[in-house]
Design a protein around this ligand. Structure first.
Ligand code: GLU
Length: 508
């Protein structure tokens, strides 16, 4: 099996984020693949924080990474927070090791110090651009001692370390997802592996860690494909065997364009958390993009299962079947799926998940009995938990609305007033002597009014008249159930107010 364990070594995969303050949805796909792969083979999945680029460091970013994964239900066996046998798991705490490897590369001649000043490198880049040449370091420092180099222009004391890349031939590797990929060495330049500040760059630090931490599969974003030749050189130069490398599929917008953080706020994982998506829906949706999970209830094995979670992804993930093409994120489809998961939550759980959104909207102290009655009605309708405060607010307060909304299609102000007054009277009768204030008798009492008044039931209870009077909006949950939850006093008060509003509104 292409994604299987190497002889004798258990599968070890990792998530190696840079703590930049956000988790891209594309990273989540790589995480899902990595974590599922470890689970499938009974191996380990760990987190390594790649924080050597101090300029990009953001306070709180590490916690956000943990929170995002916890939220998704993805657990890790080792990491900066829970330790493990291959720690430390933060690159900033592993600098001594990188120094040893850097020295090894320098001693063996597989890397060299570069004393070229930023100004010289800049000028070189501009000249190459002007001549329409690919940017490439001209190796001025290669093979020189510091004294020899100092004698030449464009010298700076603060040196970087560059890896020696072959200049001819072809590099080919087998990407576990995309198959064979080749690069001509002629297109490569000697990359910097240690910056002037002494910190190693990703090329060195991540590869050294993946070796030291026993990573068997590097699963990472497709933006790293072109640097794979460099990474293989690092492994080769240090005498190590490279792990299996897989570049996860690119995520696309429905227009097949690349998802960008600038244009698509939902490129960031936080957006889904804030907007009331359920982790189950995200896992399921992304899982669908990377794994085929057959439906056990269907005799046709080509039919995919609709709803599934991390266990099923782990059981069915096969790197060689993910495919190299970009995967489309269709937000409306994801919202639909989210709605499916919302409907399936036990009521208690739905309530627990909705409460933070209520609190954030200043609705933490609403009447709990009313909430208990209203939640099941809205659970059937919303697609995101974040909609809850907006769709529930009328249960707790009388709200303003345009009196024109009271007039349904096909009726005028006068007829609407008649309808509302009749409804008001029917409610009065029911509340006084009726068989109790629940949806069924309310309906029994109000439904025949339509025929009696010569209007359609849609005009009475649809997008106008009674619905707007009682809920202050034209769409909402089933009207009789809503009236039951609101109670007779509120319904009467709102019908009175609606009649008042309509009467007093001259311009209608
Ligand atoms: N720190 C790199 C990133 O965040 C890690 C890439 C990898 O997984 O190796 O893109």
């Amino acid at each position: 099996m292409a994604d299987g364990a190497r002889a004798g070594s258990p599968v070890r995969t990792r998530f190696a984020p840079s703590p930049t303050g956000e988790v891209h949805i594309g990273n989540v796909v790589a995480v899902l693949i990595s974590a599922s792969l470890a689970k499938r083979h009974g191996g380990q999945f760990f987190i390594r924080i790649e924080d050597t680029d101090r300029a990009r460091f953001t306070e709180g970013a590490e916690q956000l990474i943990y929170d995002s994964l916890h939220w998704l239900g993805i657990e890790w066996d080792e990491g900066p927070d829970n330790g493990g046998p291959h720690g430390p798991y933060r690159q900033s705490e592993r600098l001594d090791r990188y120094k040893v490897y850097t020295q090894q590369l320098l001693d063996s001649g597989r890397a060299y110090k570069c004393w070229c000043s930023p100004e010289r490198l800049d000028q070189m880049r501009r000249d190459q651009q002007a001549q329409k040449l690919a940017p490439r370091y001209d190796r001025l420092c290669y093979g020189k001692t510091e004294d020899q180099r100092r004698a030449l222009p464009g010298y700076t004391e603060r040196y970087t370390v560059r890896l020696v890349m072959p200049t001819t031939g072809t590099f080919t590797f087998t990407d576990a997802i995309r198959g064979e990929i080749s690069f001509e060495y002629a297109t490569q330049q000697d990359p910097i592996v240690v910056r002037a500040d002494g910190f190693p760059v990703y090329h060195l630090a991540a590869m050294a860690d993946d070796h030291d931490m026993g990573t068997t599969h590097i699963v990472r974003g497709e933006e790293w494909i072109s640097t794979t030749p460099v990474h293989h050189q690092v492994f080769d130069a240090l005498g190590w065997t490279p792990p299996i490398i897989a570049h996860s599929p690119l995520l696309l917008n429905v227009d097949k364009g690349k998802i960008s953080k600038r244009k698509h706020p939902w490129a960031k994982m936080q957006w889904f958390m804030e907007e009331g998506f359920l982790p189950e829906a995200i896992v399921n949706y992304l899982g669908n993009l990377i794994a085929f999970v057959p439906d056990p209830g269907n005799p046709d094995p080509s039919i995919a299962r609709e709803l599934f979670g991390l266990e099923e992804i782990a059981a069915h993930l096969d790197l060689s079947k993910i495919g190299p093409s970009g995967k489309i994120i269709d937000l409306p489809r994801l919202e639909w799926l989210n709605g499916q998961y919302i409907r399936r939550l036990p009521l208690d759980e739905f309530r627990r998940r909705v409460l933070p959104y209520m609190a954030a909207a200043g609705m933490a102290d609403v009447d709990q009995d009313t909430l208990a009655g209203a939640l099941p009605l809205e659970q059937e309708r919303i697609k995101r938990l974040s909609e809850a405060p907006q769709v529930l607010s009328f249960f707790f307060q009388d709200e303003e609305y345009d009196p024109k909304l009271l007039i349904p299609k096909g009726l005028d102000k006068q007829r609407t007033l008649e309808v509302l007054e009749a409804a008001r009277q029917a409610i009065e009768d029911l509340a006084k002597e009726g068989p109790g204030w629940t949806a069924a008798p309310i309906k029994e009492q109000l439904w025949p009014l339509a025929e009696a008044l010569g209007v359609k039931t849609g005009q009475l209870f649809g997008a106008g008249a009674v619905r707007v009077a009682v809920t202050s909006r034209i769409v909402g949950p089933p009207i009789f159930e809503t009236m039951e939850v609101l109670g007779p006093d509120t319904v009467r008060r709102r019908l009175d107010a609606a009649i008042e509003k309509l009467r007093g509104h001259e311009s209608i």
